[in-house]
Design a binder for this molecule. Structure first.
Ligand code: SF4
Length: 212
């Protein structure tokens, strides 16, 4: 199969940057090939004044059907972590670096495929606009794809998770695992992975309470 052409979402950005205008415009984005197989664009969700923004990789199967981020099994793991850390989901802005579901069909199942760098780069203008509009105090990057997209390809989540990172993307920037990693972990390691995600999110809660 021919390699898809490199894309760019920039021509699809609206003239006026508000979350509503961005969401509406993103629905028609054809900035890369990923819209073809997916059901719909899954734009970020949350209030403009959210103090914390969490950025994952891409919508999954459930999110693709629902048109909302983090509503599937990984979203439930994220909810558990947020709850354990005392962060209200309603106070957070949730989004992904790639706004369409990338998958491979196996029989009737749609299996997640990690987006390639050129797909992440094509979609990046949407995230940049979300950052400009929401201007979160704390930016939390969930998993390697999001962290590498924003912090560079040499960044290792496993090594630097839960740390305060040096970045001008937001006053506080940190990274942790993607909640789907909990689901992929062997059964006997899941509770520990949950505990670690909650611990990283507690650091975020402390930073918010300190009023940074
Ligand atoms: S993945 Fe991003 S750049 Fe590609 S079509 Fe979807 S919204 Fe546009």
């Amino acid at each position: 199969m021919a390699e898809p052409e490199r894309g760019d979402a920039t021509p699809f950005l609206p003239e006026r940057s508000s979350l509503k205008a961005l969401r509406e415009a993103s629905a028609g984005c054809r900035g890369c090939h990923l819209w073809r197989g997916a059901t719909q664009t899954v734009f970020g969700e949350g209030r403009k004044r959210s103090r914390v923004m969490l950025v994952g990789e891409q919508p999954g199967d459930r999110e693709d059907r629902a048109g909302k981020p983090f509503v599937g099994p990984a979203g439930r793991e994220l909810d558990r972590g947020l709850e354990a850390a005392g962060i209200e989901r309603a106070d957070a802005y949730l989004t992904n670096v790639v706004k369409h579901f990338k998958f491979e069909e196996r029989g009737r199942r749609r299996i997640h495929q990690t987006p390639k760098r050129f797909e992440v780069d094509a979609c990046r203008p949407w995230l940049d606009e979300e950052l400009k509009v929401v201007r979160p105090e704390v930016l939390v990057l969930l998993g390697a794809t999001a962290a590498k997209a924003l912090l560079g390809s040499s960044f290792r989540v496993t090594r630097h998770r839960g740390e305060l990172l040096d970045s001008d993307l937001a006053p506080i920037v940190t990274a942790t695992i993607h909640p789907s990693a909990i689901l992929r972990a062997p059964e006997e390691e899941r509770e520990e992975a949950r505990r670690e995600l909650a611990e990283d999110l507690r650091m975020v809660a402390r930073a918010l309470n300190d009023g940074h």
